[in-house]
Design a protein around this ligand. Structure first.
Ligand SMILES: Cc1cc2nc3c(=O)[nH]c(=O)nc-3n(C[C@H](O)[C@H](O)[C@H](O)COP(=O)(O)OP(=O)(O)OC[C@H]3O[C@@H](n4cnc5c(N)ncnc54)[C@H](O)[C@@H]3O)c2cc1C
Length: 452
């Protein structure tokens, strides 16, 4: 078959790699002038690449680890001790080991003990997601750990992912996060290890591209799809279309090709906008309504190069609601600055509803808005520490996983033979990530081939 794969993120590239291995020829169309989608990197100078959005792996991320093995590059993955803190009540509280929980004075001793016991119970006894699917995380946590634990720890953690929709998030999502991401025995019992590829995620994308090309396919960057019609006719957008935003209807047309099958790995709203009327009619209202009913939050991520360290931690959760961002991720506290010629990189993270006014600010204006908050965390911080800054926005960054989400997920099979949708909304109950995008890409290839 000749297959058009739409999107050169981890799912699209992996799907094309799997189809190529089965003897099919894939053309991968990508809107952005680079590979990797949400895990794409940028050149930060002096030959170093860094993800636009902070990225690491968990030791439980076996699908992506297996892909590195399969591609003959397992030595790329390095595992390093993580360090986590909560910023609350004017200071950063270490939150890395179980002992840190006992020292976490913003919570009463009773709440600390209740919290520890409830997490242990979840991790050791709660094997099945079903009992958690009908409740919000807020509801479950207040009942199991008390209101204080939700107000000071879990509410802020959920806000760090879901912004103002934190209270609506399903307990199934938190169950997945707490039970699936970490091995609890051995070296990791006391301190979590996180993975980071020694030369960023970029070599993985390059290896997948080479595999697709070796099978006679093409990986086309700055070459978005504008429209898909029955048949399947794939109409491309002109170079530079990414400047027009995410809606493919805004792109100038630039030639079409016919394929036997199409796998789309784009967000739901982009997929809907790609379909011509006849194809949308063939898919049917029931499926299209599923696409529309899932909401996303936008990631707004400011990457700073600083001339010195900012915190002693890799990951700081911001639990103080007065600060206008939700996390500070100091990459060079996970990977040593020596890797980058002594340079230091810090991400300031936010997840916001579409239309939030912070999303319209330039990097400098956003930094000005964040500065007082950054000074609350490190009072010595000054603008003069900032050597360089980059700002990225990802509108479909985080599907909002509310109660009953599992029943609303659009299936990979669209109902039209040969047309498959595989995107982050279908990762459940796990938290979406590159590991699950690898699994999803493989599933998309299997679904396509099993459909004939
Ligand atoms: C802030 C942030 C932090 C994250 N941190 C981590 C982490 O620490 N660890 C981890 O494993 N994961 C992390 N993730 C999640 C991870 O990056 C994603 O789950 C994963 O990359 C999704 O891959 P995908 O291929 O499914 O989707 P995407 O990466 O979204 O790929 C879809 C692709 O489609 C392209 N596209 C869109 N429209 C068109 C069009 N019309 N034509 C052609 N192409 C189009 C897009 O440009 C994109 O490349 C993070 C994500 C964000 C936003």
């Amino acid at each position: 078959m000749r297959v058009a794969v739409i999107g050169a993120g981890v799912a699209g590239l992996t799907c094309a790699h799997r189809l190529t291995a089965q003897g099919h020829v894939c053309d991968v169309y990508e809107r952005w002038p680079g590979l990797g989608g949400q895990a794409a990197t940028l050149d930060v100078g002096s030959g170093h690449r860094l993800e636009r959005y902070y990225h690491h792996l968990f030791t439980s991320d076996r699908h992506i680890a297996a892909l590195y093995e399969e591609l003959g590059m397992p030595e790329e993955l390095e595992w390093r001790p993580s360090s986590v803190a909560f910023f609350l009540e004017g200071r950063s509280w270490p939150f890395t080991s179980p002992a840190d929980l006992l020292r976490f004075r913003p919570l009463s001793l009773r709440s600390r003990l209740r919290m520890g016991l409830a997490v242990l119970w979840l991790q050791r006894r709660a094997r099945d997601v079903a009992p958690f699917e009908g409740r919000t995380a807020c509801d479950w946590i207040v009942a199991a750990m008390g209101r204080e634990a939700y107000a000071k720890v879990w509410g802020p953690l959920l806000r760090g992912k879901f912004g103002d929709r934190a209270d609506d998030v399903s307990m199934a999502w938190l169950w997945g996060k707490l039970t699936m991401r970490r091995r609890l025995q051995g070296k990791e019992a006391g301190q979590e290890l996180l993975g980071y590829p020694r030369r960023s995620w970029e070599p993985l994308f390059a290896a997948l591209r080479e595999s697709v090309e070796a099978g006679g396919g093409r990986v086309l960057i700055d070459r978005p799809v504008k429209r898909v019609s029955r048949g399947f006719e794939v109409l491309a957008g002109a170079p530079g279309s990414f400047r027009a935003g995410h809606d493919p209807r805004a792109y100038a047309a630039d030639g079409s090709e016919r394929y036997d099958a199409v796998v789309a790995t784009v967000p739901n709203d982009v997929f809907r906008a790609l379909l011509d009327d006849e194809l949308a009619g063939a898919i049917g209202e029931a499926y299209l309504t599923r696409l529309e009913r899932i909401e996303y939050h936008t990631a707004l991520c400011l990457l700073l190069e600083l001339d010195r360290g900012f915190t002693p931690f890799y990951w700081t959760n911001i639990a103080d609601p007065e600060l206008p961002f939700v996390g500070v991720i100091e990459h060079t506290n996970l990977v040593e600055p020596a890797r980058y010629g002594g340079r230091r990189f810090v991400y300031v993270a936010n997840y916001l509803a579409a239309g939030d006014e912070l999303l319209s600010l330039s990097a400098d204006d956003l930094l000005a808005r964040y500065e007082p908050g950054l000074r609350r965390i490190n009072p010595a911080f000054s603008r003069s520490w900032v050597r360089e800054r980059w700002l990225h926005r990802e509108p479909a960054a985080q599907p909002i996983v509310t109660v009953g989400y599992g029943e609303r997920i659009p299936p990979l099979r669209t109902g039209v033979p040969g047309l498959v949708l595989a995107n982050t909304t279908q990762i459940y109950p796990e938290d979406r990530g590159t590991n699950y995008a690898v699994r999803l890409g493989g599933d998309a290839a299997s679904v396509l081939l099993s459909a004939g």
